[in-house]
Ligand binder design. Structure first.
Ligand code: PHB
Length: 397
């Protein structure tokens, strides 16, 4: 090698070294995703998984050159707070994640909350919807919903249509919230709750509970059960026992007519009225292109539901805060950025994180399940704009 050539080689090597150590050094941000990949409730986790994979594949996560996201996935196997706690601990201590996300189930989110606080690791909740979760750690922000957000306006709406209602809810956090929120608004509007039942989650045999409801003869039955297979079992029980024929109207938050399960529910859901923040049938252009991209990727019969949208928007929030910090993620700075984070164009409509509560503010839609062009859809009829979590509004000092 001539002197000249070896000089060029050395200079090139030095330059490469400088580039690696300099401002363009690769910066990998680790995100721990705790999700339900197995067990009887795995279809809910699949909604999160599909949305995140699609978001990343379509290049929606726009990061500065040299900054990458590494998503480390862990399976909590269902409503399993001990497992969720162990997984979060490992992700924080061993994998050194800078953010936590995912989490379908309230009990799991509650067990992770103190760990997020202790480690100052921001935790972006993509589903779990019990109102008080966000108060369990200043490092939590939520991109999903609260049950109060749907069930309180549902109670107000229902009081104008029905004199009596029966309330049946899954016996855990989100069910308790749905019951309390609906009852408060329905009775304030002059309605009377003539019976209440709490059902074990997850259950697939609703017949004993529904028989009690049928005997009580309410005008309406308000139900919360978790989305996914539980919702389909509930609808089947409602159909089998002939509650609609007995003159009882089924109402609830949108979880009970979850979009991806509508094709498995027969015609029973036709006429069911629900309040919710997302329908796959929403006419917004951002939703049409979201559903089209989803079906292009996963097939023409794959429907995203609200859990997918919570994950889609959660990824947007995560990518935005990582970008704003140029990949150098600090827990407190991240929370400042999440407070007030906005997306005017989510598939569900405009959304923002309330800077005071770190909970989501979004439209609620009153919907009727109808058969449109041969398939069942949750058709949005009216919009209640930019609803804050009512539970926090009521408890505000
Ligand atoms: C929850 O655990 O908070 C949860 C789970 C499923 C739902 C809604 C809420 O459909």
């Amino acid at each position: 090698m001539t002197i000249r050539k070896s000089f060029i080689a050395a200079a090139t090597a030095a330059l490469c070294g400088a580039m690696i150590a300099g401002p363009l050094a690769a910066q990998t941000v680790k995100v721990g995703l705790i999700n339900t990949y197995s067990g009887p409730m795995a279809s809910n986790g699949d909604q999160i998984e599909k949305a995140i994979n699609l978001f990343m594949k379509l290049g929606q996560c726009k990061l500065p050159p040299g900054v990458n996201l590494e998503i480390i996935k862990r399976d909590d196997t269902g409503i399993n707070p001990e497992t969720a706690k162990r997984l979060a601990t490992e992700l924080i201590v061993r994998d050194k994640v800078q953010l936590l996300t995912g989490v379908v189930w309230t009990p799991n989110a509650l067990s992770i909350a103190p760990l997020a606080t202790e480690a100052k690791v921001p935790f972006v909740i993509m589903n779990a919807g019990t109102a008080m979760i966000t108060e369990r750690s200043p490092y939590i922000a939520r991109t999903s919903f609260t049950l109060w957000q749907s069930s309180y306006p549902m109670g107000t709406w229902a009081a104008k249509k029905f004199k009596t209602a029966y309330v049946a809810v899954a016996d855990f956090g989100p069910g308790h919230d749905a019951q309390e929120a609906f009852t408060k608004a329905f009775t304030a509007g002059g309605g009377k709750v003539i019976g209440t039942v709490r059902m074990p989650p997850p259950t697939s045999d609703f017949a004993p509970f529904l028989q009690r409801v049928k005997d009580a003869k309410p005008d309406a039955l308000f139900v919360f059960v978790p989305a996914g297979k539980s919702a389909t079992a509930l609808i089947k029980g409602f159909g089998d026992l002939g509650l609609a024929q007995a003159g009882i109207k089924l109402i609830g938050p949108g979880d009970i007519v979850t979009d991806e399960e509508l094709p498995n529910m027969g015609d029973v859901p036709i006429g069911v009225m629900t309040m919710f923040h997302y329908s796959a049938a929403g006419e917004r252009p951002a939703n049409k292109s979201f559903v089209a991209a989803y079906q292009k990727e996963y097939g023409p019969n794959a429907w995203p539901n609200f859990i997918s949208v919570g994950a889609w928007d959660g990824m947007q929030a995560i990518c935005d805060v990582v970008r704003a910090q140029n990949g150098k993620v600090d827990g407190d700075k991240t929370m400042l950025l999440l407070r007030g984070w906005k997306n005017p164009n989510s598939p569900r409509g405009p959304i923002e994180i309330d800077p005071r509560t770190r909970d989501i503010v979004q439209n609620e839609y009153i919907r009727e399940t109808r058969k449109v062009g041969g398939i069942l859809k949750n058709v949005e009829l009216e919009t209640i704009p930019m609803v804050k979590d009512p539970w926090k509004e009521f408890s505000q000092k």
